[in-house]
Every structure is written in C-alpha cells, then in structure tokens.
Design a protein around this ligand. Structure first.
Ligand SMILES: [Fe+2]
Ligand SMILES: [Fe+2]
Length: 353
C-alpha cells in the first residue's frame, strides 16, 4: 500500500512495547526496529500508562500476563483514555476470558508466543496503515467541516447583506421613515450601554433593531405614506408586519432572542399591544428595549400626517407611557441618556464658538 509522504510525516512511526520479561521485550523491540519503527518500552502496565501520558504513540504492543494491574487492565485503560491508539496483544498461553475482554475492548491483533516474525510484521504494518487511514479520514473530515462552515458563513453574510439592502430599499420608499432602522439601532444600543447590557445581548439587539420593520416590505406604498388616518383594514395590514418580519428572517436567523425582539417590538407593557398581547416581563427584554427606541424615533421624525415633535415633548410622552406602553425600568435611563447627550452637544457647540 502506498501512502503519501505528507500522511506519513503527520503520524510518528513509533510503537510502545510493554512486557515484564526482559528477553521477550528485547525480541519485540528488535522485531519492530527491523521494520523501521522507533520504540519506547515499559515493563509494567503502570509504567506504560505513564509513558503514554508523556509521549503517546499510535500503536501499543503488549503482553497480557504482567504483575500489577495486568495486561487486560492496560488494554482497557488505553481504550478509555486514548481510543485512537491501536493495541496489539502478544501473550503466552491461551486465556479465553482475557481474549474476550481484549477483543471487546477493541484490540486490533492477538498473537500467542512465540511470535512469528512475518506474522508480527504484517500485524504491525497493517495496524500502522489503518492508523494512517484513520488520521487521513479525520483530516479530510475536518477540512470538509471547515469548508462547509466557511460556505455557510459566506451564505449568511450574503443573505444579511441582501436583507439589509432590502430594509434600506423599504425605507427609501418612504421619505418620512428614511434611516429609521439605523436610528432605532443607534438609540437602542446607547440605551443598552446605559443600562450595562452584556456584549452578546448588544449584538443580538443590534441585529434585531436593524431589521425590526423588515415585515413592512409587503405593505403598499400608499399605506406607508398615507397622510391621513389609516382605515381599520389598512391598520390591520400594518399590524401584521412584526409577524411577517419574523417569518422572513426565521430561515436564516436561528436565534430565538433576535426573532422574539422583532416579533414583539409592538407589544405594550399593559398587554394591549400586538401581535401576541404579551404583558410586562412576558415581553422579551430586547423587544421592550426596541419599543422605547422605536417610539422615540417615530415621535422625533416627521411623518406624512404630522411634523416631528421637539425632543422634550417626545420624552414627556415616553414618561407618560411608563407602565402602560413602556417598561418603567427602561424609560428613565433612556430619558437621562437623551438629555445628557443634549448637554454634551451644547457644550461642544460652545467650545466651537
Ligand atoms: Fe414596527
Ligand atoms: Fe419601527
């Protein structure tokens, strides 16, 4: 059998030989070296384990009849600790129980002493090549897994890019909501920082906030830009966008936290929101957070049916909606954050003057 150089160099051509009888140990070592194997030796099972801990070899050749814990124990211990190491048993006398125990532990070959050199050579070579094949198939499996992971990442990236441009296109249809998602994401992330949210949650929040209104993609332009009050039917269509958004994203976003934040960003703290009518802390936390940022941006942006509200008036509406529309724990830090940024901007302007 021909094996590529790269494969052979990946695996040490080395064997651990274990035998309590010095003469038998010497015979096995000389036989292994004759076939160009490097050898390390042990005269007891315990010594063999210590040796393998420091320097594991792909193949172990061992006697069964040894003082101490014995050869069967050694075989089982090797199987338990290093299942990839192949074991060849060479022993004097036929102990059927030991034979069964060794075979059930997964021993590759079993020989009776005295060994026949050709038989031993064949067993050693065959075991060595099976180890090489195992290593190679493991390497190929790892390579395939990494290729699949890379491809999946690339696909996900492409999909997210497509979804993000879809969201931009959606907002571009309506001059009043242009940039809404990005502003909601900015406000939501600032609020998250203000309340000390962890980084993983912030990452999920960023994604959910950016895509929270993606479900509006199917809404007619006339509804999005309507300067007058929506009819009940039109309002019903608009109310479906969180569910549609979740449905669009479910095949590629497997994270339930992100999907929940998108689905439930129009719930109200008093349970009178949609689509599920969730109440209080039953509403996913990130959804409650997006709700505050979403409403603030809607209030401070111009709409087809009204002008943008001044900042303080919008903050007043948020404060008035604590416990009814909004989570009462999120409004105060949000208001604090917006007012602080206003003060910072004023100071920066004063420095410029
Ligand atoms: Fe929405
Ligand atoms: Fe929104």
């Amino acid at each position: 059998m021909r094996v590529a150089v790269s494969e052979t160099t990946a695996l040490r051509r080395c064997v651990t030989v274990v035998d309590a009888e010095p003469v038998a140990l010497d015979v096995l070592v000389r036989a292994a070296k004759l076939f160009h194997f490097d050898c390390q030796t042990a005269s007891s099972p315990e010594e063999a384990i210590m040796l393998l801990e420091c320097s594991p070899t792909p193949v172990v050749v061992t006697d069964l009849r040894m003082p101490g814990l014995g050869g069967v124990w050694l075989v089982q211990e090797i199987r338990r600790r290093w299942p990839h190491i192949a074991v060849i048993v060479v022993t004097a006398g036929c102990d059927e129980i030991a034979l069964v125990q060794c075979m059930s532990a997964g021993v590759q070959h079993y020989f009776l002493k005295p060994i026949h050199i050709d038989e031993f050579h064949h067993a050693l070579q065959a075991t060595w090549y099976s180890q090489l094949m195992r290593r190679e198939s493991q390497r190929q499996k790892q390579h395939l897994e990494s290729v699949v992971t890379q491809q999946s990442d690339r696909l996900r990236h492409t999909f997210f890019s497509a979804i993000t441009s879809l969201a931009r296109t959606l907002e571009a249809r309506d001059s009043y909501t242009s940039g809404h998602s990005l502003r909601v994401r900015k406000y939501a992330l600032r609020l998250a920082t203000e309340i000390g949210l962890d980084d993983i949650s912030k990452k999920r929040l960023s994604l959910a906030a950016k895509l929270h209104d993606i479900g509006k993609v199917g809404l007619a332009e006339g509804i999005l830009n309507k300067p007058t009050r929506l009819s009940d039917f039109e309002f019903q269509l608009v109310r479906e966008h969180p569910v549609i958004g979740e449905r669009i994203l479910r095949p590629i976003i497997r994270n339930r936290v992100v999907l929940g934040a998108i689905r439930n960003h129009h719930e109200r703290f008093d349970g009178r929101g949609y689509p599920d009518g969730l109440r209080g802390e039953k509403i996913p936390f990130l959804a409650r957070l997006i709700t505050v940022a979403d409403c603030y941006d809607a209030l401070t942006s111009s709409r087809a049916y009204r002008a943008a509200l001044p900042r303080e008036e919008a903050l007043g509406i948020l404060e008035a909606g604590m416990n009814t529309q909004f989570d009462p724990h999120l409004v105060p830090p949000f208001v604090r954050m917006i007012r602080a940024s206003k003060v910072r901007k004023r100071k920066a302007a004063a420095v410029l003057v």
